[in-house]
Design a protein around this ligand. Structure first.
Ligand SMILES: [Zn+2]
Length: 96
């Protein structure tokens, strides 16, 4: 079973969490609605192999958002933190 260390609750089973998405995407500032930066922000996702920063929602726990560094090949949880925390992510290989 996969366990995720919630910074608010401690170690919990991953079934308590809901995957939200890529934590590396930055919301564009001042861009127009049809700006390609918004299209990229909303629709374009990488599919990395290796360590990847993700946001998970502790939906069956404290209902807080947790930043997770997860290896997409092994599913190993390498680090967790609050959404504003800096978590250094090693470079992952580009997916296909
Ligand atoms: Zn929690």
């Amino acid at each position: 079973m996969l366990y995720i260390e919630c910074p608010y609750c401690g170690s919990r089973a991953h079934e308590e969490f809901t995957y939200i998405g890529d934590a590396t995407k930055k919301r564009p500032d001042g861009a127009e609605k049809n700006d390609p930066a918004w299209v990229d922000y909303v629709y374009t996702r990488d599919n990395p192999r290796g360590p990847h920063l993700e946001l998970w929602h502790h939906s069956l726990g404290c209902r807080e958002v947790v930043k997770v560094l997860r290896n997409t090949l092994t599913h190993e949880i390498l680090a967790t933190g609050r959404p504003g925390d800096e978590i250094a992510a090693p470079e992952a290989e580009a997916g296909q």
